[in-house]
Design a protein around this ligand. Structure first.
Ligand SMILES: Nc1ncnc2c1ncn2[C@@H]1O[C@H](COP(=O)(O)OP(=O)(O)OP(=O)(O)O)[C@@H](O)[C@H]1O
Ligand SMILES: [Mg+2]
Length: 559
């Protein structure tokens, strides 16, 4: 690579400040695009890359402004442009991005304290040179580095080979307004993972638009369900909203008792407590404490209401402390709202279809729905499938069903990650339309906030466990700030709302103001790539994926 050659000379540095440098171009002719020695040079236009020659260090910079001096502005007439072009002497402003040693121009580092000197020569930067730099970004291990070929830089004809480990290693967020190209980019990312690596992708498809991937798929509530036994206790609490003081302890006791009933397996459906000895119960509890306190809902929920009645007894008999006392009607009265919520839940069709509360739901042909948990487990051990699509297209947004089921799925994967199932072979969990699933809170009757936080915990904990999140959303401000600040990479499509821009600016500290100013004017499929591993941000036009999701805007019809 020969970055400095008089054949692609552009001008001279004539002002240096910590924020920018200014360049004097001896002739406007020098600024147009050109080829030299079979290599493309983009010339000097706003957004183009340039290199600056120093004694020890060279610099990569990006042109942000071009203008004529005040005196020359007046001479700008059509005639002058046609005949005496070379008389113009434009002035340019550029932002310094990276520096490199002149003896080893292939290796770049972020500039901090080095600056070019006045009079330093400025050259056009070849597509080839910029391509090489991008390929080095975030490179971890020279031999095993894998790349996503996302597309080309908008300023140059340079292909962007982006290190996949840097893209996903600290989670990745794809953001932008509707129609900006997020879903297409997500498709492209999935394509890169599955063609370049042997890793697996689990895709949560909110609308079913990714059916075009023709991959292993489950449509929740239509051919598969999330068995309620695998819900965590907090998920069940989210559904039932027991009030703090009076209902929570009773509900927890009822769950324990029903788990003991299951362990006993003696034909009883509930555990009778009224005036009974506590000894047998306590012995069983001690022997099976791990199973009982495993935070799962592994009991028969259809007997929960009956068991709650059993729980409403005095804690001990009048004379005999080893026994429970008689029925406590006052406590039972307090359970009325909880009991009606359980009854409602058991009789809501959506939840029966989604969670198999009463029985395993059946398809129209009479066969049972598949358990999504079994589906995930089979997928993770499969040697042929690399993408698992879990579609939420038929889940209504009522009753927070989407949030609860997606959170339960995430919690299941989080537990697997904590058991180090993914350390050897990391899995990427992709969620399009993430604002539908994340940052959900409910208020219970006592206004206590409860949040569904499995995705948040994945973002915070699972980098080291090899479970990587890739979120796509229209509304970054709707993603919990804790989750957003864990994202190492941002692919930002067109973004107009100030608050959204602000949340990206806050979360991606490495983004420079200049780059962010492009966000409102990006076209379809154009995006700004910002990441902790990338020493500078890149404006990319993402290539069309091989199997784009079905998301085109329906057209109004001519009469
Ligand atoms: N990389 C691209 N190249 C060419 N066209 C693109 C590209 N990305 C997106 N488009 C066009 O933009 C349309 C919308 O893209 P996409 O569905 O990815 O947007 P989105 O950001 O996911 O929108 P929404 O938030 O509504 O889901 C696509 O149907 C396609 O026509
Ligand atoms: Mg989309």
């Amino acid at each position: 690579m020969k970055p400095f050659n008089h054949n692609y000379f552009l001008g001279y540095v004539n002002e240096v400040t910590p924020q920018y440098i200014k360049i004097h171009f001896p002739s406007s002719v020098l600024l147009s695009k050109f080829h030299f020695d079979g290599v493309n040079y983009a010339g000097g236009n706003v957004g183009n890359f340039i290199v600056i020659e120093g004694e020890e260090y060279g610099f990569l910079a990006q042109l942000t402004e071009l203008k004529l001096s005040d005196s020359e502005k007046k001479e700008l007439t059509e005639k002058a442009i046609e005949h005496k072009e070379s008389d113009f002497h434009p002035i340019g402003k550029a932002e310094l991005l990276l520096s490199f040693s002149v003896f080893n121009p292939e290796k770049v580092e972020k500039t901090v304290s080095k600056y070019p000197s006045i009079g330093a020569k400025v050259y056009s930067c070849s597509d080839e040179q910029i391509e090489k730099y991008v390929k080095e970004f975030g490179k971890k291990d020279a031999d095993s580095n894998v790349y996503a070929i996302l597309g080309k830089l908008t300023s140059n004809n340079a292909e962007c080979h982006i290190s996949l480990n840097s893209l996903f290693g600290r989670h990745c967020a794809v953001v932008g307004t509707t129609g900006g190209g997020k879903s297409w980019t997500v498709s492209k990312l999935i394509e890169s993972i599955t063609t370049q690596t042997s890793n697996k992708v689990i895709l949560i498809d909110a609308t079913g638009e990714y059916h075009t991937l023709k991959t292993k798929s489950f449509i929740l509530g239509t051919d598969s369900y999330f068995p309620y036994q695998k819900l965590s206790i907090p998920d069940l609490f989210y559904l039932l909203r027991p009030t703090g003081q009076s209902q929570r302890p009773i509900l927890l006791e009822a769950i324990r008792s029903l788990k003991i009933v299951k362990i006993q397996n003696n034909g009883q459906n509930t555990y009778k407590k009224e005036n009974q000895s506590k000894l047998a119960y306590l012995t069983l509890y001690q022997q099976n404490i791990k199973t009982i306190e495993d935070n799962s809902c592994n009991f028969d929920i259809n007997y929960l209401v009956s068991q709650i009645k059993e729980e409403c007894v005095y804690q001990s008999g009048f004379s005999d402390l080893t026994k429970w006392g008689g029925a406590d009607n006052k406590t039972y009265d307090y359970q009325t709202s909880l009991i009606s919520r359980i009854t409602d839940l058991l009789n809501t069709d959506i939840f029966n279809q989604l969670l198999g509360l009463q029985t395993v739901p059946k398809k129209s042909d009479g066969t049972n729905y598949l358990s999504i948990i079994d589906g995930i487990d089979t997928f993770l051990t499969s040697t042929t499938d690399s993408i698992l699509r879990i579609s939420f297209e038929n889940i209504p947004s009522s009753f927070s069903a989407k949030e609860i089921v997606s959170n339960a799925l995430a919690a299941y994967l989080l537990n697997k990650a904590r058991k180090r199932d993914f350390v050897e072979n990391p899995v990427v969990l992709v969620i399009d339309e993430a604002h539908q699933f994340l940052n959900k809170n409910v208020r219970d009757d006592f206004f206590e906030m409860q949040s569904l936080d499995a995705f948040d915990l994945i973002a915070k904990e699972c980098r080291k466990y090899g479970l990587f999140l890739c979120l796509a959303t229209q509304m970054p401000r709707d993603i919990p700030i804790g989750t957003l600040s864990q994202m190492g990479t941002f692919i930002v499509h067109r973004l107009i709302n100030e608050k959204d821009k602000q949340s990206i600016e806050n979360a991606a500290s490495s983004a420079n103001k200049n780059a962010l100013s492009f966000l409102p004017i990006l076209g379809e499929g154009e995006a700004l790539l910002i990441g902790v591993d990338f020493p500078m941000s890149l404006l990319i036009k993402v290539d069309k994926p091989n199997k784009p999701p079905r998301s085109d805007t329906p057209k109004l019809k001519k009469k």
